[in-house]
Design a protein around this ligand. Structure first.
Ligand SMILES: CC(C)(COP(=O)(O)OP(=O)(O)OC[C@H]1O[C@@H](n2cnc3c(N)ncnc32)[C@H](O)[C@@H]1OP(=O)(O)O)[C@@H](O)C(=O)NCCC(=O)NCCS
Length: 170
């Protein structure tokens, strides 16, 4: 079968229901800091009033929204203007088909070529092998382990702090 082609675009308030669907799927909740029972209305508000310096990108397969990536920058913190933080999730029934890679490539292009960010950082649960593989594929390295970082399904869990540093002249 041909590999699916994903288009990437910015999220709009009208994508709130698609966001609710992404974060209604068990793996997406488990791999992120989201809680079960997401609300379309809460997502609509978040998408309508994005935090300054945030970029919410969507991966679409034939116009269906299947994944999401948030890139958060620090326009009001002069000494952190070179940094972006990333969080992402692909809807469970679309994982492993390339949407995550398409989103990450778009975020890196935005960071490198338009926002001039030289450090991208994220946290990932230490047992989240698909996500860790994806991040390593794009040049992220593990900087350390943060213990008992979050509570997940009845247990505290550790995360790796990972980052991708752009070369000085790139
Ligand atoms: C992690 C996640 C975003 C990856 O997105 P995806 O669309 O599934 O990823 P892709 O299909 O583009 O695969 C990217 C790479 O991840 C790795 N990968 C994907 N699925 C994997 C699996 N089941 N086991 C191990 N590695 C896997 C591979 O290295 C793959 O690269 P390759 O296809 O070139 O070999 C997605 O699985 C997801 O949303 N998971 C639940 C939420 C979550 O964990 N978010 C991350 C928060 S830190």
């Amino acid at each position: 079968m041909d590999k699916p082609v994903f288009t990437i675009r910015r999220a709009e308030p009208s994508d709130a229901e698609a966001m609710r669907q992404i974060f209604s799927s068990p793996n997406a909740i488990r791999g992120t800091l989201q809680l079960p029972y997401p609300s379309t209305e809460n997502w609509r508000k978040r998408l309508a009033e994005p935090v300054d310096g945030s970029f919410n990108l969507l991966a679409c397969a034939e116009n269906e929204v299947v994944g999401q990536l948030g890139l958060f920058t620090f326009p009001n913190h002069p000494r952190r203007r070179h940094v972006g933080q990333i969080g992402m999730a692909v809807r469970d029934d679309w994982q492993g088909k390339g949407a995550g890679s398409a989103l990450m490539q778009a975020a890196i292009d935005l960071a490198d070529k338009w926002l001039n960010l030289s450090r991208l950082e994220l946290e990932v649960y230490t047992d989240n092998e698909p996500a860790i593989s994806l991040y390593k594929k794009f040049g992220f390295v593990t900087e350390g382990t943060l213990q008992r970082f979050a509570y997940r399904d009845g247990q505290f869990v550790d995360v790796y702090a990972m980052a991708r540093l752009r070369e000085a002249n790139n």
